[in-house]
Design a protein around this ligand. Sequence first.
Ligand code: ZN
Length: 456
Amino acid sequence: MIRIYNTLTRKKEEFKPLEEGKVKMYVCGLTVQDRPHIGHIRASITADILKRYFEYSGFDVTLITNFTDIDDKLIEKEKETGEDFRSIARRIIDEYFENADKLNIKRADFFPEATKHIQEIQELVSRLIEKGFAYVSGGNVYYDVSKFSGYGKLSGKKLEDLRVGARVEPDETKRNPVDFVVWKGAKPGEPWWESPWGRGRPGWHIECSAMSMHYLGETFDIHGGGADLMFPHHENEIAQSEGATGKPFARYWVHNGRLNLSGEKMSKSIGNVVLISDILKTYKPDVVRLYLLSTHYRSPLEYYEDRLKEQEGGYERLRQVLFLISQTEGEEGELNKETIDKFKEAMDDDFNTPKALSAIYSYTKDIFETMKKGPDTKWILSAKKTLKEMLSVLGLFESEEDHEKKDDDLIDLLLTIRSDIREKKLYELSDKIRDGLKKLNIEIEDTDEGSRWKRE
Ligand SMILES: [Zn+2]
């Protein structure tokens, strides 16, 4: 049984899917005006862990992650740099994928972009106007917050308090300062799409309502994103979706904690940003994963490079034990139930990855100790299966294996070529291959049945 902390109820609840065996999940992705930093990656890894663990637990998961590829900040960037907003967006989306792939983040089922869903967005705006939840004013369409009685239920904010604190921009024509824009009229020189309310573009909140319901249905299981999106973004998504459909929107709201640098949220405008591509120049992807997973996803995390560096110790220990057990060959072992149970218990409890990792590390210790005592093939084969299974649920050491497999294939290929060379009696060349491989700690043994190789 998976228990999950639901921001909407402020409780850990047993996860019960809407449809047996299925999880439908939407997670807010990047606004693609600035290059991806470690804070963005924290949100992606959180979604990745949920997806992986639900799948491991037998669920069929549909994950949608959007890219906000049109908004005020992107337009500003276009004005600043002269680069077309579409080209800025494309460049940053590519950079995101390049790094996310390195980090072994499973791809979502769809990555919708706002500019490709203008029709769904406009349909939703029309529905809101028809139902009296939205109004047209000065070329914009605003959501009338006073019409939605549930406003504030996610963030716990009270409408009265919000009214007092709200600021109105001079060019806004709202009925009420708390109202927010769902369709924004275009100013001269800005990108626009035709609409029944004049040329303009979607507001930020409306795209997530429109795209999540388009892919997952009007009610779905999980909506995720960074804790800083809870208000106003997610609060407004609820108001829009539930206003339009009259049905509950997302049933579980999952928020990952902020990743701060020098006490503040990472943000390009403050200049306290650590780019993921810079981190990956120095650190292995699995070290970054271990770093992020060693803190519970809901806890805020202050970024210190020392903490990241510290993970190299754990990474090295895991790598060594994996190498040691890989030397024992035989039929696939059985899972060590006691260890797997501990791991599952941690993950079932709101995806407690620090606890799951400590189950893994303590098992690693057992493995080292058992191996010191002497060969116990059956136990080691079971350990091999158990450890790999747990690591793979956390997305760890999977790419490593790929590399090793590729190396193995290459060595096999080299040996095949070498045997052809030997048949042609080009011994000098064949010895050159053997000596070269020896320098890489790979030893070739020539037998009557052909050549074999092993790592030293
Ligand atoms: Zn969103």
